[in-house]
Design a protein around this ligand. Structure first.
Ligand code: PEP
Ligand code: MN
Length: 359
């Protein structure tokens, strides 16, 4: 990591970047309000830090041996002075800001009227971002794969509905890409690109998604440790995209008996991740539990644990849904969840603020 002096010029920053490249490394230049910080990408052991320290405009140069440094709290602190939480703005919505961000919608886009009706109803219930799967990562090839499977035209039609529903009901939209070939198309309609749990380890996909330049909704793999989750988020940060929303969506349950839930929502991961990184964390109680009767409690718990937002699957008639009906709640139920969670979020935010004020 190289910290520039506050008065360092653009030319000085550019010549430091040039020197970094001589060592076969890439540079991540972060310009904060008060100073510029440069993160080295690649094997830092190749670099000569004592040389960097002598370059004009450099205040400090030192090695950080961590698999995730560009998204670390420490790095955030260096360039914006605080580094507490990155606020990711999408349209009028901020994720990681003062307000709890609610993402809701169907598991899967099944048709225009289904999507528009759900969009209207979740918006009324208080959701700010609309979700809807088009390229679905199903366990069985024989299950409905989403309208994305209907060739480019089918996919584009569904993406257009999603975009139009977002426009009509004033919500940014998020949908998943399952493979690299879908990125350009999805990026031209979606405000946020989702990388699903099963693709968390796909480095090439992550780099390409990051380069699309849109905020990324990044889901933790159900078998991944927190360190791995953050290390793979770093692949996107290394492409210069730090608008990464981390999503805790449940990990594999332990034991050989019946677990009664689809996965285990890793509640303690939420504050633990928040101590490591400035990126916001959103919880997905829908995929974590697989049970609509648990959504209220687990949403409240996730927000109490410090989540910056929730992703919840909702449908006017969950029994009609082609995918994940058993975990979907109705818009009326969503309204109750949102109302309770907003209160909890205020309490938790007040506690965090008090901590900062008290030093
Ligand atoms: C989803 O959000 O639509 C989804 C399939 O979730 P996950 O990748 O977490 O299983
Ligand atoms: Mn689903």
């Amino acid at each position: 990591m190289i910290i520039m002096k506050s008065e360092a010029t653009k030319e000085e920053v550019a010549s430091v970047v040039k020197e970094i490249k001589k060592f076969g490394l890439k540079a991540d230049v972060s310009r904060g309000e008060f100073r510029t910080v440069i993160g080295l990408i690649g094997d830092e052991r190749r670099a000569d830090f004592s040389h960097f320290a002598t370059l004009p405009g450099v205040k400090e140069a030192f090695m950080v041996e961590s698999p995730y440094k560009l998204i670390s709290k420490e790095y955030g602190k260096r360039f914006d002075g605080e580094g507490e939480r990155r606020q990711i703005r999408v349209g009028d919505v901020t994720i990681g800001g003062d307000e709890l961000a609610i993402i809701a919608g169907p598991c899967t886009v099944e048709g225009k009227s289904q999507l528009f009706r759900i969009a209207e109803e979740v918006k009324k219930a208080g959701a700010q971002i609309l979700r809807g799967g088009i390229f679905k990562p199903r366990s069985s090839v024989h299950s409905f794969q989403g309208l994305g499977a209907n060739g480019r035209e089918g996919a584009e039609e569904a993406l257009r509905w999603l975009y139009e529903a977002g426009q009509r009901f004033e919500m940014p939209v998020v949908t998943e890409v399952r493979g690299e070939a879908q990125i350009d198309l999805v990026a031209s309609y979606a405000d946020i690109i989702q990388v699903g749990a099963r693709n968390m380890y796909n480095q090439d996909l992550l780099a390409s998604v990051a380069r699309a330049g849109k905020p990324v909704f990044f889901k933790r793999h159900f078998g991944a440790g927190i360190d791995e989750f953050l290390s793979f988020a770093e692949y996107m940060a290394a492409e210069g995209n730090k608008d990464i929303i981390l999503c805790e969506r449940g990990i594999l349950p332990l034991g050989k008996g019946k677990n009664y839930t689809r996965y285990t929502l890793d509640l303690s991961a939420i504050p633990a991740i928040q101590k490591e990184t400035y990126l916001p964390v959103v919880a997905d109680p829908s995929h974590a539990t697989g049970r609509r009767d648990l959504i209220f409690n687990m949403s409240c718990a996730a927000v109490a644990a410090g989540a910056s937002g929730l992703m919840i699957e909702a449908h006017y008639d969950p029994s009609e849904a082609m995918v994940d009906g058993m975990q979907m709640i109705t818009p009326d139920e969503l309204k109750e969840v949102i109302s309770a969670c907003r209160k909890i979020h205020k309490l938790v935010a007040a506690k965090n603020e008090a901590k900062v004020v008290n030093g």
